[in-house]
Design a protein around this ligand. Structure first.
Ligand code: ADP
Ligand code: ZN
Length: 761
């Protein structure tokens, strides 16, 4: 490194050459947070004369590489602990993008502290498009050489008729791509380039920007019903309050919740602020996107995992510059660089898809509320079956409840009946073996199809059969990497692990006893139900819908179109078809196995089963034709089934809440999971024992474990888990920080913390 008083060589772009320079007296120390799992921001020096402010995006040297980062806020606590100035490196350049707002910086810090992850790991989610941080791409355009520039006069250049036509088009002075110019003049692009070479046209590089049509918030929505109008007025008042507030919009499926929350969107747009609408499965939510477009005359910007790099780049930048006003996105959209966010809507707020399990484990609904609190603007949670957490927050007076009690336009809620499988047993089908559709369900299907209406058979299980078993030795085919059964998929002719993707062709001999042709499929998945439906209703046009057959927005849009245009009579699907869709001709829903989620020790299993079955029931009879729902179950007296049949959701929720309160489980207490994993079984067991030994005693805090979770191995790693349970008024984070800080685990053991866990596998 050069001496302490070297000058600052800069290149013409104002970038500093790090190798050749060092600090001067006027250089200002700044903290830069890097999108890496480091303990905190690193110190750098801003070169003399360059003022860097918190939020600025910068490029800094990091080891032998470079990294982007964000100038972070100064921290008094660091004083005295800083590296000496002569050990610091210089910030290389400031990136020409709007700075990260202070709200967003506080949000990053908050999420990191809450989830016990490195702030840089959260920042990485906020800088989710590497390309967006690079200079925007440009495209060449051509226009008539401007006045005042020395140019050959037209007379000096030989003008063919083709060249003349180009010059005539270009006479308006507008810049066009060579292709556009050539097309308008009916010539080849060579003619355009020739004119540029001759000096009559000039070539410019224009930054490409995504065309974003502005939503028109003055457009009229539908005339709202009285209940809708009241809810909409309350939401508008909330938006006009320009302060933090949370509302829960609770209304049965088809009650017009979407129309109502559009009014809050309108009010926010009119106030000049951006809106984020979060959906659990945006790639499948074609109909919602279409409704936004119809309502605002322009499609919303979207943000989800199924986007190209270029789409990510353009959308990220459009959000940062405030050009995108309405963003409809998955949970990761929370971390977009909003310039002036004024409302977050969380649609289907009860959905578990909002919980991210990998990497930074967070619940996007909860973080949306935090984001709104930091930004002092409202959040709106929407559901027909709100989570117990949100209902509890309403009861505590933290959230305001808005209810829409009836379906829009007089459509009635479907008639829900339980089919007792112990009595109405599905018949065996000689050609296929076991059957899964009971006589009452078969009859209902026949009647519906005869009337020319559509029916949906719902089973939340992908593939053909969840288990492949040897008749001779009872061996079950399991994944070699996970503690999980292999699921047979006939459409793709594979046995597949749904946890790690391991797949193999179905063997003809049992891998354990070697007998031939003894492997049998046990239990149904959607493919197997479809097989039975094909046998029973050969005339019906059928379609199997699961994440295996519908992948991404295009396939989802095509599916919606085919159902709407009645190209399909009978849908057989997983939860992918349960949600959100509005199909007026669909009048029968058959739930093939309602008991699927009811057993098993999952804290929210019962709640989730209710929500899912209620959602899928809500697909039936959404307009003038009445709907009917048949729920096949072995436990017709189960509170979930009774609540679905009677429609008495509130009583069921109250009972469910009581049982959680008794156990001090969320939302009445708090949970955190600590998961250890390693390829080495002994190492993970030792680590679990060591961690258990150093757990500090603390009043009111319970440590459960170490235990072996149901997924004892996942992707080849053995797993052990602790659960930390605290009273509601005591956050587990500080306890965990203390506990986990007491021990250094070997590198081959990975430790993950999951605050408010939703998965207990
Ligand atoms: P939810 O979101 O509660 O399931 P939707 O907003 O999807 O309900 O409304 C159900 C159907 O009723 C949709 O087709 C919607 O366009 C229509 N709808 C709701 N409210 C109105 C209204 N006030 N005027 C006209 N159509 C409406
Ligand atoms: Zn596996």
């Amino acid at each position: 490194m050069a001496g302490p008083h070297a000058t600052f060589p800069t290149d013409s772009a104002g970038n500093f050459d790090d190798e050749a320079l060092t600090f001067g007296a006027g250089s200002q120390r700044c903290r830069v947070l890097l999108p890496l799992p480091l303990a905190g921001p690193y110190d750098y020096l801003a070169p003399e004369g360059t003022a860097l402010a918190p939020g600025d995006l910068v490029c800094v040297p990091l080891g032998r590489r470079e990294s982007v980062g964000v100038v972070w806020d100064p921290n008094d606590q660091d004083e005295g602990k800083e590296l000496p100035v002569d050990r610091l490196k210089f910030v290389k350049s400031r990136i020409d993008l709007p700075p990260m707002t202070s709200d967003q910086r506080r949000f990053v810090d908050w999420v990191a502290a809450y989830t016990l992850t490195a702030p840089g790991a959260v920042l990485k989610m906020a800088l989710s498009s590497a390309q967006a941080l690079e200079p925007p791409p440009t495209r060449p355009v051509y226009r008539l050489v401007q006045q005042g520039v020395t140019q050959p006069s037209v007379g000096e250049v030989k003008l063919t008729p083709a060249r003349r036509r180009v010059m005539a088009v270009a006479a308006d002075g507008m810049a066009r791509s060579a292709a556009d110019l050539a097309r308008e003049a009916a010539v080849g692009t060579g003619v355009v380039k020739g004119l540029a070479a001759a000096g009559l046209l000039e070539r410019l590089e224009l930054p490409t920007r995504m065309e974003i049509a502005a939503p028109d918030s003055a457009r009229q929505g539908p005339v709202l019903s009285k209940a809708q109008g009241e809810a909409a007025a309350a939401l508008r008042a909330m938006v006009d309050g320009k302060d933090f507030a949370v509302s829960l919009l609770d209304g049965v499926t088809g009650s017009g919740k979407t129309e109502v929350y559009m009014e809050a969107v309108v009010a926010t747009l009119a106030a000049g602020r951006q809106v984020l609408v979060m959906l659990p499965e945006i790639a499948l939510s074609v109909q919602v996107l279409e409704r936004f477009e119809a309502r605002f005359g322009a499609p919303p910007a979207t943000w989800h995992s199924d986007m190209t790099q270029a789409q990510r780049r353009d959308t990220w930048r459009a959000v940062a510059y405030g050009e995108a006003r309405v963003i409809v996105g998955a949970r990761s959209a929370l971390y977009l660089p909003f310039k002036e966010l004024g409302l977050i809507v969380v649609d289907e707020e009860h959905e578990q898809a909002f919980k991210q399990e990998d990497g930074v484990a967070y619940h996007a609904r909860d973080m949306a509320v935090v984001r709104a609190n930091i930004g002092r603007f409202p959040a709106l949670l929407v559901s027909a079956t709100p989570s117990l957490e949100s209902v509890f927050n309403v009861q505590q007076g933290r959230y305001t409840e808005l209810r829409l009690p009836a379906r829009h336009g007089g459509a009635s809620l479907p008639e829900v009946e339980a089919v007792d499988l112990r009595r109405d047993k599905p018949e065996r089908i000689p050609e296929l073996g076991a059957g899964w559709l009971s006589p009452p369900l078969r009859r209902a299907l026949a009647e519906t199809l005869d009337r020319g209406e559509q029916a949906l058979l719902f089973l939340n299980r992908r593939g053909y059969a969840p288990l492949t078993l040897c008749r001779a030795c009872n061996h079950r085919l399991e994944c070699p990497n996970c503690t999980a059964l292999l699921v047979e998929h006939r459409l793709s002719d594979r046995l597949v692990c749904h946890h790690c993707g391991f797949a193999l062709r179905r063997p003809t001999n049992c891998p354990a006893c070697g007998e031939a042709d003894t492997l049998i499929a046990w239990g149904p998945g959607v493919e197997r139900v479809a097989e039975e439906a094909a046998y029973l209703f050969p005339e019906a046009r059928r379609s199997v819908l699961s994440s295996d057959t519908i992948y991404g927005p295009k396939a989802a849009a095509e599916f919606v179109r085919r159902v709407q245009e009645h190209e399909i009579d009978l849908l057989i699907g997983t939860q992918i078809v349960a949600k959100g869709h509005h199909f007026p001709q669909l009048t029968l829903v058959g739930v093939v196995d309602a008991d699927l989620g009811l057993s098993g020790g999952d804290l929210r299993g019962v709640e989730r089963t209710y929500q899912l079955l209620h959602q899928v029931s809500g697909r039936a009879g959404r307009e003038s034709k009445p709907g009917r729902v048949l729920i096949q179950t072995h436990e017709p007296d189960h509170p979930v089934i009774e609540a679905l049949v009677s429609g008495d959701r509130d009583r069921f929720f109250a009972a469910e809440a009581e049982s959680r309160r008794d156990l001090m489980m969320p939302p009445f207490g708090r949970l955190a999971a600590v998961i250890l994993s390693s390829g080495d079984l002994q190492a993970v067991e030792e680590a679990a024992r060591a961690l258990a030994r150093v757990a500090p005693k603390a009043e009111g805090i319970q440590i459960l474990g170490p235990s072996t979770p149901p997924l004892a191995a996942l992707r080849g790693r053995h797993r052990r888990r602790f659960l930390v349970k605290t009273p509601r008024d005591q956050r587990p984070q500080s306890y965990l920080r203390d506990w986990l800080g007491r021990i250094k685990l070997p590198n081959r053991v990975r430790l993950q913390v999951d605050i408010d866990p939703y998965s207990f596998l």
